[in-house]
Design a protein around this ligand. Structure first.
Ligand SMILES: C[S@@+](CC[C@H](N)C(=O)[O-])C[C@H]1O[C@@H](n2cnc3c(N)ncnc32)[C@H](O)[C@@H]1O
Length: 218
């Protein structure tokens, strides 16, 4: 058992010791809290955003997709890691939250890279040309569809491309056998499926609510 237990103080320390204080993202986090109240918790954590931008950048990804854009925080992080001519397809079902996302995509200077589509993500995926591929994908939406997103994206993923799945620990519920709620069961199934899948290499990180990185084997 080689891990360090995180408490609030240690968490503040690790956030303070990384590039996690971008003023525009901090403003977006504040605005999201004001406008969507309790649902702000759906936004990714700052250090996860930094990690995601770094992964996009160091992997050299040019084409990315995000399922679950909300008010735009993770989308900005992904887009910032892409080159100037890179593209990010953002999928969400909420026009209301997309209005905030669009404003912050503009203000962060990444709007020209982003194509934001408002429709269930599986429908959006079905409308894409058969030869549309992605180097990087981030899944952070309805848990019941995570397995469907996995299959739909894996076939469009370039060799060595990455898929990131958010909330894979589900506040620890994945190891609570008493919890048989739909979302918990869906996440457990996804986690088991990825772990047993020879097509990919994967690692589950304990950042935030759990983040799995999946690399498609070449
Ligand atoms: C956890 S939030 C995403 C948070 C976002 N990644 C961020 O960093 O701010 C989940 C989002 O998934 C969207 N969503 C739910 N079901 C969806 C579906 N079937 N297709 C696309 N988006 C969906 C919701 O509208 C919501 O904005």
């Amino acid at each position: 058992m080689k891990h360090t237990e995180i408490n609030d103080e240690l968490y503040d320390y690790l956030v303070a010791h990384g590039d996690n204080s971008d003023p525009l993202l901090a403003e977006l986090a504040r605005v999201t809290q004001e406008k969507v109240k309790d649902l702000w918790i759906m936004q990714i954590a700052p250090e996860q955003g930094t990690l995601m931008e770094m992964l996009v950048r160091i992997s050299g990804a040019r084409s990315a997709v995000e399922i679950g854009t909300f008010t735009g925080y993770s989308g900005i992080c992904i887009a910032r890691g892409l080159p100037e001519d890179g593209t990010l397809l953002c999928c969400d079902v909420s026009d209301e939250w997309a209005t905030i996302a669009r404003e912050y995509f503009e203000r962060s200077g990444v709007a020209s890279k982003i194509d934001l589509r408002i429709a269930p993500a599986l429908e959006t995926m079905r409308t894409l040309p058969a030869d549309r591929t992605f180097d990087f994908a981030f899944i952070d939406a309805d848990k019941a569809n995570y397995e469907a997103y996995y299959e739909a994206l894996l076939e469009r993923l370039t060799p060595n491309g990455l898929i990131l799945f958010d909330n894979v620990l589900w506040s620890g519920s994945v190891i609570n056998p008493q919890d048989q709620s739909d979302n918990t069961v869906a996440l457990r199934k996804l986690n088991d499926r990825i772990a047993a899948d020879d097509r990919v290499q994967s690692v589950m990180l304990s950042i935030s609510d759990g983040l799995t990185l999946v690399r498609k084997r070449s």
